[in-house]
Write a protein that binds this ligand. Structure first.
Ligand code: KIV
Length: 271
């Protein structure tokens, strides 16, 4: 086996060291080979093969319908492109809520069949035993608290979570439980910035925020949202760096015009 010594892979240890050093962690979602290659070559720290693939790749309204096989297809495409980034994969809804032995089977399949470096699971105390079992099997796990989209039918809305004291207290407890269960990091989604700062300061493992303010140890965005591919989706927390929806539309319009007018292909674009 040949090993490329030039490329230094980010690991879960690197991520924990970054928190210790006070270096912010940059994470983006990725679902396919071409985009993952761009993210990796731009030196992103973590690529999350998020189950948001259900929304942005498959067009579902929620993340609930995506299957383990579909997640594994996205994960193996990303893994083939990522030479440097840590690649974490969401276990989809229904694969781990039923008990820890089902969850371990799903976790092992993702790790063996895609080459992923770790998994992400949503929830707190309810999944503590499952997290422990997966971590005990040698699989790194990232937690996910706050807005947990797989439970959308329980919450009924995508608004900010943990504004009430009781929910904020549960979240703080859940974060400590996940740390104790062996998680190497926790995503905090759509919670008040002050609460995210408190949770971050109380943990030795890094927090990665999305709509959780500036004091998390890192930030994550859905790549299609930050590139402006997802027309009309502009929540307050989103910083949109490009407007690819319009730019791609313009390019396709010009291509159509060039074909219709017989301008394409010209003499340099043929054999
Ligand atoms: O699935 C996803 O994209 C996520 C991020 C929003 C954290 O879980």
């Amino acid at each position: 086996m040949s090993v490329n010594k030039e490329i230094k892979r980010i690991t879960t240890h690197t991520i924990r060291e970054m928190k210790t050093r006070g270096e912010k962690i940059a994470m983006l979602t990725g679902y396919d080979y071409s985009m993952a290659r761009i993210l990796d070559e731009a030196n992103i720290d973590i690529i999350l093969v998020g189950d948001s693939a259900a929304n942005v790749m498959a067009g579902y309204e929620t993340t609930v319908p995506i299957t383990l096989e579909e997640m594994m297809y996205h994960a193996s495409s990303v893994i083939r492109a990522a030479k440097h980034a840590l690649v974490i994969v969401d276990l989809p809804f229904g694969t781990y809520q039923g008990g820890s032995s089902d969850a371990l089977k799903a976790a092992v399949r993702v790790m063996k069949e895609t080459g992923a470096h770790g998994l992400k699971l949503e929830g707190g105390i309810e999944i503590r035993k499952t997290v422990e079992r997966i971590v005990d099997a040698g699989i790194p796990v990232m937690g996910h608290l706050g807005l947990t989209p797989q439970s959308i039918y329980k919450f009924g809305t995508y608004t900010v979570r943990a504004k009430e004291e009781s929910e904020a207290n549960k979240l703080k407890l859940d974060a400590k439980l996940l740390e104790g269960a062996g998680c190497f990091g926790i995503v905090l989604e759509k919670i008040p910035a002050k609460l995210a700062a408190e949770v971050t300061n109380n943990l030795s493992i890094p927090t990665i925020g999305i709509g959780a303010g500036p004091d998390c140890d890192g930030q994550v965005l859905v790549v299609n949202d930050m590139l402006g591919l997802n027309k009309g989706f502009k929540p307050k927390f989103l910083r949109q760096y490009l407007n690819l929806y319009e730019q791609i539309g313009d390019a396709v319009g010009r291509y159509i015009q060039d074909v219709k007018s017989s301008d394409f292909p010209n003499e340099n674009e043929q054999y």
